[in-house]
Design a protein around this ligand. Structure first.
Ligand code: KG4
Ligand code: ZN
Length: 321
């Protein structure tokens, strides 16, 4: 029985997962509303909120799993990348829980966590496969040959795909977080109404900052009433451009590596247009796309645990390793 904690950004999450990948509980307390009025995540506000939420969320995850702390055999926690203060809250809580029961601690990389969202029951995916990891902080094309390891084939040279959604939503006056809002509004718009460019960068890398500027130029000349009228078309066209960029790279990556299977993970993998544009791909289940602790527990199964009490000095890291 693995108890996992995830606090890398603005979700306070805890989950109980068995060694063979069955989710017993998966609790996510989102802080999105708290940050909405600032138009994005405020790191210090996030850290403080994690501090308030972490104990009740852990308690709830144990309760829903129908177990007690005594039944936990390993404690897993996201070590990075993410907001350093936010990560430290999860690390401190996980260390305290593990230390109090003399349990081993498993430090987990958040990106490996997203990939490991595919390894959970009832339908675990087996490597090898090509994975697109698209979230608020990352856009990676990964060659996954075995569980717990991957090779990076491409990354974004500027904004992440989720960041492009969030910034686009802001320009369209849709608030934060923007991905879901654009997804919903785009369903009522025409994806061909506006011609937004797909950036061409060398290799298998991504770029989204030009697209964001193109949206700005399309929105700026519009009178408020016109923007209101065209908002759904703008959202649909903008979303289509992001999806096109992602899908093109996925197909190029599959061709280059000879991958027979494709998977999509991370918050942006929840996007309905992206899922529809890659019908052949295995998409992470919707509740496991955005940040959660079940994926961290899943990844922990493929990481060497640090024995009691050696982990007490372990640090978090903000940027990808
Ligand atoms: O994986 P995640 O929860 O956190 C990070 O690790 O960054 O991803 C959050 C990102 C946000 O940028 C959010 O706008 C985006 O995923 N997102 C979506 C959708 N749901 C979440 N983007 C597009 N369509 C969605 N349905
Ligand atoms: Zn994430």
């Amino acid at each position: 029985m693995i108890l996992a904690l995830e606090t890398s950004c603005d979700e306070t999450a805890a989950a109980v997962v068995t060694d063979d990948g069955e989710i017993r509980s998966n609790v996510v307390a989102s802080q999105a509303e708290l940050h909405a009025r600032y138009g994005g995540v405020v790191p210090e506000v996030a850290s403080r909120r994690h501090l308030e939420l972490v104990s009740p969320v852990v308690r709830e995850s144990l309760g829903l799993a129908g177990i007690r702390l005594d039944d936990v055999e390993r404690v897993a926690v996201t070590r990075g990348p993410g907001l350093i203060g936010a990560l430290l809250v999860g690390m401190a809580a996980a260390k305290a829980i593990a230390w109090s029961r003399r349990l081993p601690l498993v430090p987990v990389d958040h990106l490996h966590g997203h990939v490991a969202s595919l390894y959970l029951r009832p339908e675990p995916l087996e490597p090898p496969f090509l994975a697109l990891l698209a979230s608020g902080g990352h856009t990676l094309l990964l060659d996954v040959r075995e569980q717990g390891r991957f090779e990076r084939l491409g990354t974004t040279i500027d904004d992440a795909a989720g960041e492009a959604f969030d910034k686009g939503a802001r320009l369209l006056g849709l608030g934060y977080p923007g991905g879901v809002a654009i997804d919903r509004l785009a369903a009522t718009g025409d994806p061909h109404a506006f011609d937004f460019p797909v950036a061409r960068v060398p290799g298998l890398d991504f770029s989204f900052s030009g697209l964001k500027t193109a949206l700005l130029y399309a929105v700026r000349p519009l009178e408020p009433a016109d923007l209101e009228r065209r908002r759904a078309d703008l959202a649909a066209s903008y979303q289509a451009a992001i999806v096109r960029a992602l899908v093109e790279r996925v197909h190029e990556g599959a061709e280059r590596t000879g991958a027979e299977r494709i998977a999509i993970v991370g918050g942006v993998a929840a996007n309905s247009a992206l899922r529809a544009a890659l019908p052949e791909a295995t998409a992470a289940p919707l509740p496991l796309c955005t940040d959660n602790a079940a994926m961290i527990a899943s990844a922990a199964r493929f990481v060497e645990p640090v024995p009691y009490p050696r982990y007490l000095g372990l640090d978090a890291y903000a940027s990808a390793e």
